[in-house]
Write a protein that binds this ligand. Structure first.
Ligand code: NAD
Ligand code: DAU
Length: 371
């Protein structure tokens, strides 16, 4: 499959990881055709693809993955041979406030796509070398104690939030379509990503934007929850390897081998941001409310707030299967990744101001006003 020209349907390609994947793919596989299907929820932005949309070989379709006839038509008419399925509701806090949309998009939406692929690829026998790749999360495995070994592909599913439960359900559907209908599927369960285009409701970009405004950095609970961080282009490279050489029917865990508790991570992020202000005096004029603008410390903004209900204590991923079978090794270490993420947010102020206005601002006002 590796050398042939492919036609990919990328769902959720206007979101954080999806947009990074589209950029990655155009760079590494410039002759492949890409069709992006995205509903443009608050988390999806065409701006994320603006630099690519005029190029040949990329088509954007504004549509919903729940719409099975639309997905069927795209797969049939664009002769799609590969689906890279990113589209989802992805924020745990939102799933706690309003779980229904997570069931609709993550469970029903994934099932609609699977049905569409089965219809065109198997029942109409339109594509022999097809692949449905499902992008999933380490959160399906639940929470680890400090001394427990990292999650492997054989770890039992134990999702604790409506988000992770909906992703777990979608993983099971993907698996079932392989065993029951012979759909050629692969799944990656990945740890926490960070990098450009990350919506500033998630930990790292939220901390950057708040620190630039001199606003509190809200740390849930005692701040000792542990996540395994992976720079987003490394995740894209892992998906590329699985699409090129992964075994159909297989799940691969993907992680950064980079466990940090939230306070340690935020401390490093704050130090790197303060360092950027020391090196670049223009930042002091642009962000006058940032502590670093007047020689202070961003970390002084840390504020402990009420914990997230059902907050998973620790995630850690054992990536040995994808490393041993496909040669995956993360390339970007945490400090370099955080530095380049900070640089991206400093260079793209218009982007984060735009995505944090309108519907997003209204939602925060409704749901976080009491905090
Ligand atoms: P995101 O919230 O930034 O983007 C989701 C995208 O999906 C948006 O563009 C949105 O408009 C689109 N979308 C939502 N509902 C849709 C629908 N019904 N039809 C079509 N498009 C729809 O999410 P992300 O962080 O980029 O995550 C992408 C995928 O990776 C998700 O499946 C998520 O579960 C998984 N994942 C994320 C992480 C992470 O750290 N962010 C880690 C592991 C796995
Ligand atoms: O593990 C993979 C998952 O990582 C993905 O499947 C999810 O889509 C993605 O959102 C992410 O989930 P998390 O819940 O781990 O990410 P989040 O950025 O929301 O939170 C990271 C940690 O930081 C978590 O322990 C909660 C904490 N946190 C988060 C926010 C937003 C805070 O302490 N304060 C905050 O304001």
């Amino acid at each position: 499959m590796k050398s042939q020209r492919r036609r990919l349907l990328v769902t959720g390609g206007a979101g954080f990881i999806g947009a990074n994947f589209v950029h990655y793919w155009r760079h590494h596989h410039p002759t492949d055709e890409l069709v992006v299907l995205d509903a443009l929820t608050y988390a999806g932005n065409r701006m994320n693809l603006a630099d690519l949309e005029s190029a040949q070989g990329l088509e954007f379709i504004h549509g919903d993955i729940v719409d099975q006839p639309l997905a069927e038509r795209l797969i049939r008419e664009r002769e799609i041979d590969t689906v890279a399925h990113f589209a989802a509701e992805s924020h745990v806090d939102r799933s706690i406030v309003g779980p229904d949309q997570f069931i609709t998009t993550n469970v029903l939406g994934t099932h609609s796509l699977l049905k569409a692929c089965r219809k065109v690829w198997i029942e109409e026998k339109k594509q022999h070398g097809h692949r449905f790749h499902h992008i999933s999360t380490d959160e399906v495995y639940g929470s680890l104690e400090p001394d427990q070994p990292a999650f492997t592909e054989d770890s039992p599913y134990a999702p604790n939030s409506p988000y992770s439960a909906s992703k777990a359900a979608s993983d099971h559907l993907v698996r079932a379509y392989f065993h029951t209908y012979g759909l050629q599927v692969t799944t990656t369960n990945c740890s926490n990503n960070y990098g450009p285009y990350h919506f500033p409701e998630k930990l790292i970009p939220l901390m950057i934007v708040n620190a630039l405004h001199g606003k509190p950095l809200p740390v849930y609970g005692d701040g000792r929850n542990v996540r395994d961080w992976l720079y987003v282009t490394d995740h894209c490279a892992a998906i590329d390897l699985v699409l090129s050489a992964g075994t159909p029917g297989t799940t691969y865990n993907v992680g950064g081998d980079c466990e940090r508790d939230n306070l340690t991570l935020i401390g490093l992020l704050c130090d790197l941001l303060d360092d950027a202000f020391v090196r670049r005096r223009d930042l002091c004029r642009r962000f006058r409310d940032a502590p670093a603008a007047c020689g202070g410390k961003s970390a002084d903004l840390i504020a402990f707030v009420k914990d997230r209900p059902g907050h998973d204590r620790r995630y850690a991923i054992d990536s040995s299967l994808i490393r041993d079978e496909l040669g995956f090794v993360p390339k970007v270490d945490l400090e370099r990744g955080l530095r380049s993420t900070i640089e991206w947010y400093l260079a793209n102020e218009a982007w984060w101001r735009a995505v944090m206005s309108g519907a997003y601002r209204d939602w925060v006002a409704r749901n976080y006003a009491a905090r």
